[in-house]
Design a protein around this ligand. Structure first.
Ligand code: ADP
Ligand code: MG
Length: 364
């Protein structure tokens, strides 16, 4: 059985739906990264798990206990907010102790507080920092103090809202690693909200993709990248081009551009996504293809589409080439650096080493 379950959560603000039937099962000790663009409902979902928002419908369960009616303090969840706002005039230790202060403490517990603070600081790899001033430590260290403050009361679930967004990019990557190892050391069940794919991939055991309040897919980074369930996931996670196409047979698609060299229609094979199940031959669809699933090919290739390179993005040994196709539309092609320059006439065909192009419905 799952440790934390979100069961068909709905929420509207002033008549506009913000979460629609969100269901998610989190295993004990698992780190779930909730990934979505700004405004997709991530913070609302997290605040609802914490108990700061009430769902219009649906339930939140810990093991099989329904915690939906419980106020935040009775859920025993720890939360690190987007703006983690430490008290600058207090010491690190006093800030962490603040995490314990909300609880009605007996004499024994109050006596144990300094020890709990020290333990929490050791967990985030800041032993001996209790007497330092918050203003004297780095941004990455402050982030870990906020984490220690959330962990000190030994919560059942840890909730993190964009925990690294206050840090500059160079610090972010290192702090990400430190954050992950601290969470793993504690072994705590965690839901982490982020709008950055890289962060979600690095921190999450599984990633849940949210758009407009709808949970599109929950899976490993590989699942999302290689087997996206919806067109939104296919284009939001990783780089991809979208081409109009017409279905032919079960998996093969017909790309409806006047062919480059071939005399007839160009056929590319592709995999149907779940949402394209039941579509019929002749129906218009959308083909989503990763840059590494395309290559430049020589004249005479019957699968080639003709085009011209309009832009390139150098990335060391490889370059991303933006190609305008002769009849309209653009694709991005990953090829060795030096394979082409801007203005070159090229031919583009599928490259079987990359994930297979996938078919989605057209109007989504
Ligand atoms: P995210 O964290 O993914 O950026 P949010 O959950 O903060 O998204 O917000 C999702 C949507 O809900 C936004 O359109 C936001 O304006 C709206 N929203 C969030 N909280 C409230 C609120 N308390 N009252 C009204 N609208 C809200
Ligand atoms: Mg948010």
């Amino acid at each position: 059985m799952s440790f934390l379950t979100l069961d068909r959560l709905d929420k509207s603000f002033g008549g506009s739906p913000v979460l629609r039937g969100v269901s998610l099962a989190v295993e004990k000790g698992e780190i779930i990264a909730l990934l979505g663009p700004s405004g997709s409902g991530k913070t609302t979902a997290l605040r609802m798990i914490a108990g700061f928002e009430t769902p219009d419908r649906g339930r939140i369960l810990i093991e099989d206990a329904d915690v939906t009616p419980l106020p935040p303090e009775r859920r025993h969840f720890g939360m690190v907010f987007q703006h983690y706002a430490l008290f600058p005039h207090l010491t690190v230790g006093e800030n962490v102790a603040f995490g314990l202060a909300g609880r009605s403490a007996g004499k024994e517990e109050t006596k144990r507080r300094p020890q709990r603070v020290a333990e929490a600081l050791a967990l985030v790899d800041l032993p001996g920092f209790a007497d330092r001033r918050v203003g004297e430590i780095s941004g990455g260290q402050q982030q870990r103090v906020a984490l220690a403050r959330a962990l000190a009361p030994e919560p059942r679930v840890l909730l993190l809202d964009e925990p690294l967004s206050n840090l500059d990019p160079t610090l972010r990557e290192r702090t990400r690693r430190e954050l992950k190892s601290a969470i793993q050391r504690v072994g705590i069940t965690t839901v982490l909200v982020t709008h950055e794919q890289e962060e979600a991939f690095q921190l999450g055991d599984r990633v849940a993709v949210l758009q407009d309040g709808v949970l599109h897919q929950v899976g490993s980074a590989e699942d999302l990248y290689e087997r996206p369930a919806t067109r939104f996931v296919a284009t939001f996670v990783g780089r991809a081009s979208v081409l109009p196409c017409v279905l032919e047979g079960d998996g093969a698609v017909w790309v409806p551009y006047p062919p480059g060299d071939a005399a007839g229609p160009v056929r590319w094979s592709a995999v149907r996504s779940p949402e394209a199940e039941g579509m019929k031959p002749g129906e218009e669809a959308a083909l989503v293809v990763r840059p590494e699933s395309l290559a430049f090919v020589a004249a005479g290739n019957p699968q080639a589409l003709a085009g011209r390179v309009i832009e390139r993005r150098y990335a060391g040994p490889v370059t991303y080439y933006q190609v305008a196709l002769a009849p309209g539309g653009e694709v991005e092609v990953l090829a060795p650096s030096g394979a082409a320059t801007v203005g070159d006439a090229v031919r583009v065909a599928p490259e079987p080493r990359g994930p297979a192009p996938r078919i989605f419905r057209r109007n989504r």
